[in-house]
Write a protein of this length. Structure first.
Length: 303
């Protein structure tokens, strides 16, 4: 599958050393920040990005607001990346299923379970779910297992849509950052394939969602957030809580941050890492009344 991006940072600063060493600066206010659809849907902000000058200019020049509409008669696949979170899954599924039925959607819930020990790979699991369901879906919702819907809209959006804005958790309510692009994201099949899905190379702790957002920007899509989207955030089990003070975790966070930075500078091409390079093996399929669980494995984590 050949992947070409209308906006390619590598073309804007062709010399390798320039892309590697040019100092980056955080963008100011998002030029499209005033866009608001139906009093509810606003752009996912790019103001948080730290970019080198030619990439910043190119991104702003290519990024133009695109109208957001919804359609009802599309087949939806919910993709939930999963490992060792059964208590979360049992709390999520009844609420999620009731919400989807209330909205009268033609849906399928796909729980993608990683069999491999070692570091979790959320992006690769989502890619596996996207690929596995590709023949039977028109759009996806890429959904974390610890995000339980309270107020949300699972209809098919014309542009990628982040469903989570407000979070209710153990410590009270809070708002997700304007640049956040994770938790629960609805996206049409042709859009996720045009962006080449997620990177397969983010292991452990974070930044795969930032990478995916930037891929969508490069592919010419205009990502929105549902300002009224509210979810309950389930606490992580004590045994699985990530402690950033641990040396191994800090090293992995650093690796993921550096990979994301290389993408923003045009030193990594998402055309060479994603759905078109995905390798996985299905080792089990269990069909439940509310969902399908697909267990997959791949070569062990490199870390």
């Amino acid at each position: 599958m050949a992947i070409e991006y209308p906006f390619d940072p590598a073309r804007l600063a062709r010399r390798w050393w320039l892309r590697r060493w040019w100092p980056s600066r955080r963008l100011g206010a998002d030029p499209e920040r005033h866009v608001l659809i139906d009093g509810r849907y606003a752009p996912v902000s790019i103001a948080n990005w730290k970019l080198i000058a030619p990439v910043a200019r190119g991104l702003i020049a290519h990024r133009k607001a695109i109208p957001l509409t919804f359609s009802h008669d599309q087949r939806l696949t919910i993709v939930i990346p999963f490992r060792e979170r059964r208590a979360h899954l049992e709390r999520l599924l009844p609420v999620l299923q009731a919400t989807l039925q209330e909205q009268r959607l033609n849906y399928r819930i796909l729980v993608m379970e990683q069999q491999n020990e070692g570091l979790f790979n959320r992006g690769k699991l989502i890619n596996a779910g996207i690929h596995f369901a590709r023949e039977r879906t028109d759009y996806y919702c890429l959904h974390d297992v610890d995000a339980v819907p309270v107020t949300t809209n699972y209809l098919c959006p014309s542009q990628p849509l982040r469903l989570v804005s407000r979070i209710a958790g153990e410590e009270g309510e809070s708002n997700r950052a304007d640049h956040y692009f994770s938790g629960a994201v609805s996206i049409r099949k042709e859009q996720v394939f045009a962006a080449n899905g997620y990177s397969n190379e983010y292991w452990g702790w974070g930044k795969e969602d930032d990478d995916f957002f930037f891929r969508l920007l490069m592919a010419g899509f205009f990502c929105y957030a549902d300002l009224k989207g509210e979810y309950q955030d389930l606490p992580n089990p004590a045994a699985q809580q990530v402690r950033p003070d641990r040396a191994a975790v800090r090293r992995q966070i650093g690796r993921n941050r550096r990979r994301r930075t290389r993408l923003l500078r045009g030193l990594e091409s998402p055309a060479h890492d994603g759905l078109n390079t995905l390798e996985y093996e299905v080792v089990g399929i269990v069909e439940e009344s509310s969902h399908e669980k697909v267990t997959v494995r791949w070569r062990s984590s490199p870390y």
